[in-house]
Design a binder for this molecule. Sequence first.
Ligand code: ADP
Ligand code: MG
Length: 482
Amino acid sequence: MSHPKYETVIGLEVHAQLSTLSKVFNADSTEFGNMPNTNICVHTLAHPGTLPRLNKKVVEFGIKIGLAFGSNLARFQYFDRKNYFYPDLPKGYQTTQDKTPICRGGGLKIKLKDGVEKFINLTKIHIEEDAGKSMHLEGSSDSLVDLNRAGVPLVEIVTEPEIRSADEAYAFLTEVRKLVRYLEICDGNMEEGSMRCDVNISLRPWNESEFGKKVEVKNLNSFNNVRKAIELEYERQSKILDAGNEVLSETRTFNTVDLKTYSLRTKEDLNDYRYFPEPDLQPFTLTEEWINNVKKLMPALPNELYERFTKKYNLPDYDAGVLTDTKEIALFFDDLCQKTKHYKQASNWMMGPVKSYLNELTLAIKDFPVSIEKLAEVIELVESNKVSNTVAVQKIYPEMLKNPSKTAIQLAEEMNLIQESGSDFIKPLIESVLASMPEKVKEYKAGKKGLLGLFVGEVMKKAQGKADPKKTNLMVIEMLEG
Ligand code: ADP
Ligand code: MG
């Protein structure tokens, strides 16, 4: 789509499952992957006479996400009942925040491939409970219901219709996932359904100020499917508009098997959920004290660390992006920078040898065997010219991984890898190399200066990594020309 005919307008509704241990209105476990219908008690099953009780942690997580997005936190809040019938909803209503969402406004900055930055505003974030899950097994006409998920806390993050392409939607979701993971309020796994997204999309002619009729696509279970759904809807809706017809305002579902969207229901049959305030739960207020206490628990956020890495440590944008991708790596790197001032070298080590080791063994940084101090030492060893970078990466580092208790310098000494800076060591090597190539020396002296690299290379080989390349270079020139 290099020159699309229409402008795409997108608003996202992202559901993030909050990683509290228990459900939002009762003490049932929220653990994922248990046998169906085991995380359920009379409360989840909505037996008559049971009463909800708000999990305070859920509100704390709501405050955290609001602070992270820079939203306005509602001081006065209550829950509403959203009434509808569905087999996976035993109460007959979903408890949600309709009139008093915990957050209004705020947003986040996305970075696009061409380096352009854009701020996406949020409409609101509200707290609600998840429903159970209906399952339809292959070859069976029965529907099965698993209520383990019923009552698991969610926040729904709603954006303004400010997203303009599949790339922007992708970038926004990536940032949201990064943020909730940094905050440790949601694991962000789309495959396990802990982050889900509905896409609202409409098209309009360029220069048109009114929005077109929107279609909502549900059931998207990966970032790639979000992209795919937007592309498919562009195709489908643009054909309708090209033919001079109106797009029908409807809800469509994304079929993850054939990767197409299908109509579920039209918006014309407007749902009437008969919202009213939940009488069994007290309204509550966020006190300044509560908000301030949560502020104290806030971790460093990805954009703050990015700023620090680019401004204080002077790293290129690329490095800062890679290093802030996960909080664990970012904090490890930040600690490393307290032990060495060679920030760019430290970044190279993180993005190169450290990451490849972790990737190879699919380990998390918390399981990295070498301590931050020892990693800083090997960087210092290179920077003080005691070993070359190649020797450090290829010879010392693998030994450090095997012997995490030894220091880099101990290993370098044991393996006899310390660079000999003295001329006494290098001089005889140069002499023997030059003596072995009299023809080349003649050519060099006759003006073929490019041969210098050859001589130096030979000397380095003989020195088995123990000669400092810069110094060797100078000494070879001196001996050839002196
Ligand atoms: P609804 O009443 O259908 O739920 P809302 O106004 O609550 O619609 O908006 C839901 C989502 O749809 C929001 O993310 C919003 O930004 C987005 N949205 C609203 N209008 C449009 C439009 N014309 N095109 C694309 N997205 C839209
Ligand atoms: Mg809505």
